[in-house]
Design a protein around this ligand. Sequence first.
Ligand code: DHB
Ligand code: FE
Length: 288
Amino acid sequence: MATVVGAVTSSHVPAIGRAIAKNLQQDPYWKPFFDGYPPAQAWLAQAKPDVAVIFYNDHGLNFFLDKLPTFAVGAAPEYRNADEGWGIPTVQPFTGDPALSWHLIESLVADEFDITMCQEMLVDHAATLPMALLWPGGGKCPVCIVPIAMNHVQHPLPSPKRCFRLGQAVGRALDAWNADARVVVIGTGGLSHQLDGKRAGFINKPFDLMCMDAMVDNPEKLARYSTLDIIREAGAQGTELMAWIAARGALTGRVTRIHSNYHVPISNTATGMMVLQNDAQPIQARAA
Ligand code: DHB
Ligand code: FE
């Protein structure tokens, strides 16, 4: 059976791509941010995932406002990146895992999530930058990916509760996946930020830190917020927190925090990252 080793959540600000390209990891502005990642890289080196399921939001590279699915699951053999106009180098294509994609799609639809299935899909900075932070060096990514794009761009957005339920459905599907594979779940975006309007630059550190604590042992608390609550507390683009909530939903075992980092600001964003380990529980305990 497949093993879900845990989840890694991370911000995905485009400027990170420029900083990587210019090797600014030790620059005083960037160091407190990049210092968050070596412990995650070390944990991944010993957790040895074969495949990453990535919850993220597409920002207009693959989907645009004319056609925008609420949830879309990649089912491609390969996922290319392309220029989004942020001035960051494009990365090498990621290898897909169509067998896992179709297992997830079948399981999610059976679970009444009417997702869009994508046999071709470009992945934007929200998928590529966290992967570059977790597997640095610029070479071919050593794990396969299954991207799950969520709409955090055009209202109405799916609710935090719905995103949590999607994550739980993915977690059930992964637990039931009849493959000898190790899976890491990744959730990208956030934390608090607002890029436009009267509250541009808005950041809410107490709310972010509360969310990071709740991610460990009380994700239901996050799932109870409404979309408007999250916009009020975390800014208009802080709704990307929902990708973290989905990733946490996919962990069905006993969850422990291995590492986390929080740093304000990078560009307009309060950046956060977490490594959550998932240890399987006996079936009886899970059902209780
Ligand atoms: C920024 C943050 C994002 O999450 C994003 O997708 C684009 C830009 C920023 O802070 O610059
Ligand atoms: Fe974003």
